[in-house]
Design a protein around this ligand. Structure first.
Ligand SMILES: [Fe+2]
Length: 320
């Protein structure tokens, strides 16, 4: 489909679907903080519809203009535990920072109001490998057998950043493990989310699972793991996913409330550097109207820089 912005200076924004259930490439846009309203609205609508949208050749972007563009989609937020090195929101994801996220996850689900959108920009791309995969968690839910959908609607899951990193990443270096323990889990968060949330913009039902989910409330460990595995396996079905082969200058924007993603760790020791700006989200609401609850700590602390992802908890505090 084509959106044509009304302003005289606006360019035609073209949205080309590349997967049956997820993914589109947007062309005709030079991303930045100066985009007109109609173009921003078209980008937002495409991200909501296709869950992840890709832009090629955005070489002009730097940390500042990346962030300025992000502000057109919402409020940029800092990571709740990983400090920003340069006082900007553009969060580095590279080899050095152990940023190869080769586990299916939704960003920052260990806090209640986890980000609404993530905007990832490729700076240095390896000669092979290092692709990212995304899954549509609304499609995964919609294609569940009906009895499983009914079950999922009633479940709540506890998410934490304090998961067993060494067990899930047996190849991690000692430095990456140390960083995980001292930086990533400097504050140990636990948040209970509904397994199915009602998307605040589209009204779709989406699954909240992924790498940070620790257990299902009210189930023992074995039952929790079995049920999580069944639901997660539907998220990972190839029909629900798209795989992107990065080039330097690419930008991906995904609806973090309706996706999971996975960074394939198959580019050996080659450098891979991407920058992520995340946009504030709101507290999820389940099918029954119950909101997510922060279990620990008592509130999401202010980071050294800006406001934390998940800080907008609107008085949602620790409950027993
Ligand atoms: Fe991620």
């Amino acid at each position: 489909m084509t959106f044509t912005a009304p302003a005289a200076t606006a360019t035609a924004v073209t949205v080309e679907k590349i997967g049956g259930r997820i993914g589109a490439v947007i062309s005709g846009v030079r991303l930045g903080g100066d985009l007109d309203e109609a173009t921003v609205a078209a980008i937002r609508a495409a991200a909501l519809e296709h869950k992840v949208v890709f832009f090629r050749d955005q070489h002009h972007l730097d940390a500042e203009s990346h962030e300025a563009f992000g502000r057109l989609l919402g409020e940029p937020v800092a990571h709740p535990t990983v400090p920003s090195a340069d006082g900007r929101y553009a969060f580095p994801i590279d080899n050095e920072h152990g940023g190869r996220a080769n586990q299916w996850h939704t960003d920052v689900t260990f806090v209640p109001a986890y980000p609404a959108f993530s905007i990832l920009r490729a700076e240095v791309i390896p000669p092979y490998g290092g692709n990212t995969l995304w899954s549509n968690t609304a499609a995964a839910y919609a294609h569940l057998p009906e009895p499983l959908r009914v079950l999922a609607d009633s479940l709540r899951g506890v998410h934490t950043n304090d998961y067993d990193y060494a067990a899930t990443r047996p190849d991690a270096s000692a430095a990456a493990l140390e960083r995980h323990l001292t930086v990533f889990t400097a504050i140990k968060f636990q948040t209970e989310h509904p397994v199915v949330r009602v998307h605040p913009e589209t009204g779709e039902r989406t699954l909240i699972l992924g790498n940070f989910v620790q257990k299902l409330s009210g189930f023992n460990g074995r039952d929790s793991r079995a049920l999580i595995d069944v639901l997660q396996s539907h998220i990972e079905r190839p029909e629900n996913t798209i795989r992107w082969q990065w080039r330097a200058g690419d930008v991906a924007i995904w609806d973090n409330r309706a996706t999971q993603h996975y960074g394939a760790d198959d580019s050996d020791a080659h450098e891979r550097t991407l920058r992520r700006v995340t946009i504030d989200g709101d507290v999820p609401v389940g099918v029954d109207g119950r909101r997510s609850v922060l279990l620990a700590p008592e509130s999401v602390p202010e980071p050294a820089h800006g406001i934390a992802s998940g800080a907008s908890t609107d008085g949602v505090v620790a409950q027993a």
